[in-house]
Write a protein of this length. Structure first.
Ligand code: ADP
Length: 223
């Protein structure tokens, strides 16, 4: 089983992706995590990539594309969930060419849809409970609004992650994601157009629902 997943930062892509990954016992191939491993290991690739990552830019294709395609090739027999790649129309095309060339079947492409302002509010409104980071608290989402300035689950103290409050950095990532001409949405539309001809299923999930309702919708469609 091979799955591609698209969704803006703030859409719950990680949560839903891990569900699909567990269901089919897939290798989780996450481009950002591969870069972080290289940076942590002090490799040449990591050193080059770090400059771009620190500026919030995409790492150039001549580094990123071969790196991801190589990890895909090494993946186990059960298949993969690819997350964070492709992020541009060029990467989308190159990935498709490589899959065709290697005779690899793509089964599902998942797109989580969420308006840009909603995604931004979700990130900026997120509050972390000091007792348990998984307690859901968000000052902009009615269903999980904190109790005043305390955790809605346990009453613990709340804080905001500093990178969640960096509006400039959020905007920069979203500029890339929501770019329908050459960016990540262009990449997802490339696969959406291809789906009926190429025989894989394109699943669109409305990211505005609750985590559980999105999970249910997703599970019904993954057979
Ligand atoms: P984020 O969701 O914050 O962008 P990721 O962990 O997905 O975090 O990626 C971290 C960084 O790695 C990105 O900001 C970008 O610089 C680089 N990166 C990840 N995936 C790609 C890709 N497909 N193409 C180019 N650069 C990428």
């Amino acid at each position: 089983m091979n799955i591609l997943i698209f969704g803006p930062n703030g859409s719950g892509k990680g949560t839903q992706g891990s569900l699909a990954k567990k269901k089919y016992d897939l290798d989780h191939i996450e481009s950002g995590a591969i870069f972080r491993q290289h940076i942590g290991g002090g490799t040449e690739l990591g050193k080059k990539a770090k400059e771009y990552i620190d500026r919030g830019e995409l790492v150039p294709d001549d580094i990123t594309i071969p790196m991801v395609l190589d990890v895909l090739k090494q993946s186990g027999a059960k298949g993969w969930l690819l997350d964070g790649f492709p992020r541009s129309i060029v990467q989308a095309q190159k990935l498709w060419d490589a899959l065709q060339k290697d005779g690899v079947k793509l089964d599902y492409v998942i797109e989580i849809l969420l308006p840009r302002q909603v995604a931004k509010n979700r990130i900026m409104g997120r509050r972390i409970c000091k007792n348990d980071p998984n307690h859901p608290n968000n000052i902009f989402i009615d269903a999980i609004k904190p109790n005043g300035d305390k955790c809605r689950v346990c009453g613990g103290d709340l804080s905001a992650r500093s990178d969640d409050q960096d509006e400039g950095a959020i905007d920069k990532r979203h500029d890339i994601y929501y770019d329908t001409k050459t960016g990540t949405l262009a990449a997802s539309y490339f696969y959406k157009d291809l789906a009926p001809k190429a025989g894989f299923t394109y699943i669109e999930l409305n990211g505005e629902g609750s985590i559980d309702s999105i999970k249910d919708t997703l599970l019904k469609q993954l057979v």
